[in-house]
Write a protein that binds this ligand. Sequence first.
Ligand code: AMP
Ligand code: MN
Ligand code: MN
Ligand code: MN
Length: 309
Amino acid sequence: MLMSVFPIDDPELPLTALPETLDGIRGVDLHMHSTASDGKLSPTELANLCHARGLTHVALTDHDTIDGVDEARQQCERHGISLISAAELSCQWRGIGIHIVALLPRGVSPNFTSGLELLSRAREMRSREIAHRLEKIGLQDGLAKARLEAGSERPLGRPDFAAALVTAGLVPDRKAAFKRYLGTGKRGDVKMHWPELTTVVGWIRDAGGVAVVAHPLRYGMTRRKRDLLFSAFIDAGGEAAELVSGYQNPDSTHDLARQLDFHGLYGSVGSDFHYPGGPLSPGTISPPPRSHVKPVWCHPAMRSFADGE
Ligand code: AMP
Ligand code: MN
Ligand code: MN
Ligand code: MN
């Protein structure tokens, strides 16, 4: 048994292991971003903030890359934080853009690494297509402008195009940029370059990792559609989904817990933190309800992460 070695709500005592239920969990965040993708903190700065916030078990899940993981791990080790190699992979299912968090207790495999290379090329092609589409609404040289906003050579994402639209005065703020042009189903939401869900889950399995459906409530799907997504995901070898991503409506979370339980999926939790100064910090999640859903750190492959070894 991992739990009850220490009373987990005693702030004086370090967590050496994680509990076997999700309710009351704290100190864990398995979904965060750094400057390796569209986050604003370097992996070192993020690790420091995680430490300041009292986190003990974390994953850096940059979009389609593990480039920040080594640096984050070095700094997490200094703080005694357990970090698991991870990434948030882009894919599509039935024409919908879906994000799958890869938790990689054994690190990457050659197939997984080729997968990341494929995703990087797909992201580049997609950026060109997004720039092309945004020309039609008045953004000239969108690719160069998005690159300027990114401020580094990292792969571009939709947030960089959102920033470019704001700077060009075409929208008042980034929120409006997503609402009008880049959000789900809008002209700048280009998914066709992403590999299929089953392909991406295959890479994760190949690396001995655990595949997690990221933020299942953020795809604008009906419950029925989400059922179909989970079934396809499980058929492909997927094993977990985020029960709580940042702030969530308690009723929706409760219902999602029932859905995960029905499908026998492990539950994960994460803030999807990108930058300080917003409503979310590392470790910020709505409290998971009491449920039968097993925490993802109870997956046999995740034991050494949970134990902080
Ligand atoms: P990409 O990986 O290039 O498709 O970009 C996806 C990222 O865009 C997400 O991880 C968020 O950081 C950001 N994003 C997606 N939807 C929104 C939204 N409605 N408002 C603000 N940012 C968003
Ligand atoms: Mn992002
Ligand atoms: Mn995501
Ligand atoms: Mn994310």
